[in-house]
Design a protein around this ligand. Structure first.
Ligand code: AMP
Ligand code: MG
Length: 269
């Protein structure tokens, strides 16, 4: 089965993440063959980004969400590695600043949506406002529970104005998270990445899963679909994400603009 179809969350579908195996590889095997396909997809992504830039009728916004150590940074680094940096913007969303807190939750997000011709990547996103915010009761329930509809209409607005939105939940198991934390502790070059909050947040694992399930059920739409990426195996995660991005861009049926001059009439000195 096509990877994109298999990993898509069908709009309105009830999602139980325990039914999704984070080790799944959809029958694909680790090795040269799959690595070559991933490399090919990353190369194709570069050509498609160039076409997107030339045509300037669309933008692509790829949103990455995951629990801590889920692989957002690694996926972004790997999948976007071939893309021309001039055609790409990456935004990371941390705890909101006082200025951001004084605005509505979409204010800081809308500002960094990519313009036509550009690929935008979000490392975390407005979904934090129904994830961490919900898990820790950072705002009252009536405020966060209204945000699902607000997010859907925001994303519909983007889509209607040329921004293709695609959302990835990198799904790892609790065991895999522990393994990755331990690897970070053991690796002097990566120890800096660990924070006390990672360990504290692990206690809220089940609450996060519940919050993600609601996001996936309520916010996977035709215009802005969610994909659940089995992400315990990094090679499969990179393969799946790169393929889905390529197919999403290919669906846009982009074309290079006609030259503005007739090349036959060009005069050379
Ligand atoms: P990291 O991505 O590891 O650098 O961590 C960024 C932190 O910012 C995470 O703990 C997020 O949960 C937190 N964060 C991001 N957006 C929000 C938000 N809207 N409200 C509260 N915390 C947030
Ligand atoms: Mg972190």
């Amino acid at each position: 089965m096509n990877i994109r179809k298999a990993l898509l969350v069908k709009p309105g579908a009830k999602v139980k993440l325990s039914d999704y195996d984070p080790d799944d590889t959809l029958g694909h095997k680790k090795g040269e063959h799959t690595d070559a396909k991933t490399d090919k997809a990353c190369g194709r992504l570069d050509s498609l980004q160039y076409l997107l830039y030339a045509e300037k009728k669309h933008a692509l916004l790829a949103i990455f969400q995951a629990l801590d150590a889920g692989g957002k940074d690694g996926t972004i680094r790997h999948v976007m590695s071939g893309i021309n940096p001039q055609g790409c913007v990456v935004a990371s969303f941390k705890q909101p600043s006082p200025e951001e807190m004084a605005h509505d939750f979409l204010w800081r997000v809308h500002k960094v949506v990519p313009p036509l011709g550009i690929v935008g990547v979000f490392n975390r996103s407005h979904y934090e406002d129904v994830l961490v915010v919900r898990v820790h009761n950072l705002v009252p329930k009536e405020i966060w529970s209204a945000r699902y509809d607000q997010i859907n209409s925001f994303e519909q607005t983007l889509s209607a104005n040329g921004v293709t939105v695609v959302k990835f939940f990198l799904h790892i198991s609790k065991e895999e998270q522990k393994k990755r934390f331990i690897e970070r502790i053991d690796d002097p070059d990566r120890r800096w990445k660990i924070s006390q909050s990672d360990f504290m947040e692990r206690k809220f694992w089940d609450d996060y899963i519940k919050a993600y399930e609601e996001v996936l059920r309520r916010c996977s739409t035709q215009e802005a679909p969610w994909y659940v990426i089995p992400a315990n195996k990094k090679w499969f995660r990179n393969f799946a994400v790169s393929r889905i991005l390529v197919e999403t861009l290919e669906d846009l049926k982009m074309k290079y603009p006609k030259p503005t001059v007739d090349v036959k009439d060009l005069k050379w000195k």
